[in-house]
Write a protein that binds this ligand. Structure first.
Ligand SMILES: [Cu+2]
Length: 158
């Protein structure tokens, strides 16, 4: 009896752990396309429970949420220069991510959680200088144009 209970608990625990993903993003001086000072992925789709890990693959970068550019209730984050930092997703919505020294050069990323665009205006109102804001706008447009179809959507047509 006791053994069965323990086995069941372990199975449930494993299922929960398997559904949450860790998404790794490199901070780069140059990507494969030749773009300089970039995050390896700029449009980051995630779900609540996922962890997004920013890795200092190249030197002199950091990753942090832009001020006032994340969902209500979501804790902000601020990685130190040349340090790995993790963002644990707790809320749906949009988050703008910047590299402090290179945001004006366009070293930014947009996190989209649960296809929730309800704080888009807030993101567009964030104070991100230069090419950073241009890229955030482009990423937001791209995210809206490429909303993935849910894999397990019920077919109600029949
Ligand atoms: Cu940088």
């Amino acid at each position: 009896m006791k053994t069965t209970f323990l086995a069941t608990t372990l199975l449930i625990g494993t299922a929960i752990a398997a559904s949450a993903e860790t998404i790794e993003i490199d901070m780069l001086n140059k990507n494969a396309a030749g773009d300089q000072m970039v995050f390896s992925q700029e449009l980051i789709r995630a779900e609540v429970g996922d962890v997004i890990r920013f890795i200092p693959t190249d030197k002199s970068h950091n990753a942090q949420s832009a001020r006032n550019a994340l969902p209500e209730g979501q804790e902000d984050f601020r990685g130190k220069m040349n340090k790995e930092v993790e963002y644990t997703v707790t809320e749906t919505g949009l988050t703008a991510v910047i590299c402090q020294p290179h945001q004006a050069m366009g070293m930014v990323a947009l996190i989209v959680v649960g296809n929730d665009f309800s704080n888009a205006e807030q993101i567009l109102g964030a104070r991100i200088p230069g090419k950073g804001m241009d890229k955030i706008e482009a990423l937001l447009e791209e995210a809206r144009a490429t909303v993935p179809v849910a894999e397990d959507a019920d077919d109600t047509s029949s």
